[in-house]
Design a protein around this ligand. Structure first.
Ligand code: FAD
Ligand code: SIN
Length: 554
């Protein structure tokens, strides 16, 4: 099939849905979801969305907290934009009907409850109990589903971007290296349950504007809070198309995931610490006070590293998050009412958080780097935008401040749309497929045959994730990084062979992306010869401003 529209948006998380709604006011949108439209990190977000809203807070304070968490690497312009434009974007969510939890304090002029998380010096996080992402996602999705200009394609897996270079490669003698790159569309595999082994047809989507909103790459690691779709597809596609990607050494490990073999790294929100929960070790000591003056509410990189050190020091398997003192202060019912989802999940896995400390460990949570964009969310390829977790806007620097991610998604969706609209109004974009100089070519499957046995894919997938966890984790060394690089190169060759020999399926596409992103992560980590934020290398244990480099750009 050939699908033409004014905008292609890949991803139905907060960033993709927000952009689609705005773009649909003046054009048609093809909106792709790799699986169901409800899969992605957004509906899983717990803590909330940060935005300056109370009289005691200020832009200066939110900016400073973001810069401090980012450990000297944030782009100050991206920080200022996000913080200052944030409240208007949050108001749009409120207007859309997101049921943020109301404040019980009758004195406050702002009607919503504001919570606290690590690295913040003010209460500035709006939340919907402990299921903020779900509340936001449902409201956005409702609006999208009512919009006749948006067509949602579920189980359509974007494979590769189509650019002018794709076209040039078809013509003998053309030298694509020198081309100014421009995005023209994308190939996508239809892989719903009705297609045997997921080998559905491959479609051509064409539009003058393409938006990557594919989320992060947590699945490169063995233990992650991320959903299964987080395989870094947007980053890998952009890199293959020649876009600049940056700062992939900065994977954020969330300090507190439920330690239980059956819980699949279920997140225990930082908001529990924001409301008074304390991290303790197996001896009952509040160890974080030894590591940072903000104690359990220190920035995330510091807490995750301290937990790692504490676990190794005591030879334990986990540390604990103690909410029992909060229960003593506010009462059991108040704590259960504030964290109903987390309370229920913990109970299911055998811990009543109102009575017992919760066993917790860190897990890969957020990809701070990604497709390098300008302040309008545009990548180094013209007409290709990247918004949300897939992007590297410069907001997060070396470590993201809690609850700044949902905010970044809405702020940069608006900015990307404003830029696309301006370009259209200036007559720089033709509608539908009109921007391509010739019809976009069909996907060529060559002599690929169906893959009978999936064991190789499953094995290689697991090997990459284990390797990343063991060698490119919270604490790194030059030797481990070099070993990871060597091994990933071999795996990359293997995957390349499967890729062209067998018919495409979702897991094969994801495997190729996973190995690409893992390689990019290791490359970035090897280039940074210092420890900063989330990148901690024992061979370069200190931050070194002599080699200051805002972005590790590949
Ligand atoms: P996502 O919401 O992840 O959506 C990605 C979309 O891209 C999905 O629709 C997926 O199907 C689609 N996709 C991916 N690849 C392809 C492909 N090849 N083809 C087609 N479609 C594709 N941040 C906060 O600010 N506050 C919080 O409280 C918070 N809590 C969190 C809790 C958890 C458990 C997790 C995992 C993250 C949390 N985060 C939080 C981070 C935040 O949720 C994410 O960074 C944010 O939701 C990402 O939004 P997104 O729109 O970029 O991508
Ligand atoms: C959390 O609730 O702890 C997650 C918040 C975030 O990742 O920003």
């Amino acid at each position: 099939m050939r699908v033409s529209s004014d905008h292609i948006v890949i991803g139905t998380g907060i960033a993709g849905l927000t952009y689609a709604l705005k773009a649909a006011r003046s054009g048609t949108v093809s909106l792709l979801a790799k699986t169901s439209r409800t899969e992605g990190a957004t509906p899983w977000a717990q803590g909330g969305i940060a935005a300056v809203s109370s009289a005691s807070d200020s832009f200066a304070s939110h900016i400073q907290d973001t810069l401090d968490a980012g450990d000297g690497l944030c782009n100050p312009r991206a920080v200022e934009i996000t913080v200052k434009e944030g409240p208007a974007r949050v108001q749009e969510l409120i207007d859309l009907g997101v049921p943020f939890t109301k404040s019980s304090d009758a004195d406050t002029r702002f009607p919503f409850d504001l919570t606290m998380e690590g690295g913040h010096h003010q209460r500035r996080i709006l939340h919907a109990d402990d299921l903020t992402g779900k509340a936001i996602h449902e409201a956005l999705l409702r609006a999208v589903e009512q919009n006749p200009n948006i067509r949602v394609f579920e189980n359509w897996v974007a494979i590769d971007l189509i650019t002018n270079v794709t076209l040039m490669k078809r013509h003998k003698g053309a030298h694509p290296g020198a081309a100014h790159r421009r995005c023209l569309g994308v190939y996508a595999l239809e892989s719903g349950p009705s297609h045997a082994n997921g080998h559905g047809p491959i479609h051509v989507l064409e539009a003058p504007i393409t938006v990557l909103a594919t989320g992060g790459a947590g699945k490169t690691y063995l233990y992650t809070t991320n959903p299964d779709v987080a395989t870094g597809d947007g980053i890998a596609m952009a890199a293959r198309a020649g876009a600049r990607v940056a700062n992939l050494e900065f994977t954020q490990f969330h300090p507190t995931c439920l330690f239980n073999p059956f819980a699949k790294s279920f997140l225990i929100s930082e908001a529990l610490r924001g409301e008074g929960g304390e991290l303790i070790n197996s001896k009952g000591e509040e160890f974080m006070k030894r590591y940072h003056d903000m104690g359990s509410l220190a920035p995330r990189d510091i807490v995750a590293r301290s937990i790692d050190a504490e676990i190794k020091r005591l030879g334990d398997e986990c540390v604990y998050l103690d909410m029992t003192r909060v229960v003593k202060k506010h009462g059991r019912d108040a704590v259960v009412a504030r964290f109903p989802n987390i309370h229920e999940a913990c109970l299911k896995f055998g811990t009543d958080l109102t009575e017992q400390p919760i066993p917790v460990v860190p897990a890969a949570h957020y990809t701070c780097g990604g497709v390098l964009t300008d302040e309008h969310g545009e990548s180094s390829i013209e007409n290709l935008f990247a918004i949300g977790e897939v992007a590297c806007t410069g907001l997060h620097g070396a470590n993201r401040l809690a609850s700044n991610s949902l905010l970044e998604g809405v702020v940069f969706a608006e900015r990307a749309h404003t830029r696309a609209l301006a370009r259209k109004q200036a007559g720089l974009l033709k509608s539908g497929a009109g921007d391509a100089p010739e019809p976009l070519p069909e996907w060529d499957s060559g002599r690929a045959v169906p893959l009978e046995d999936r064991i190789d894919i499953n094995h290689t997938w697991k090997e990459i994730r284990t390797l990343m966890w063991d060698y490119v984790g919270i604490v790194r060394t030059n030797r481990r990084l070099a070993k990871a690089q060597e091994r990933l190169e071999l795996i990359g060759h293997e995957v390349h062979e499967y890729y062209w020999d067998f018919l495409l399926s979702r897991d094969l596409i994801e495997l190729r992306n996973l190995v690409t992103v893992a390689q990019l992560m290791v490359q970035c980590a090897l280039l940074r010869k210092e420890s900063r934020g989330l990148h901690y290398n024992l061979d370069h244990p200190f931050r070194d401003d002599r080699f200051f480099k805002r972005d590790t750009v590949l």
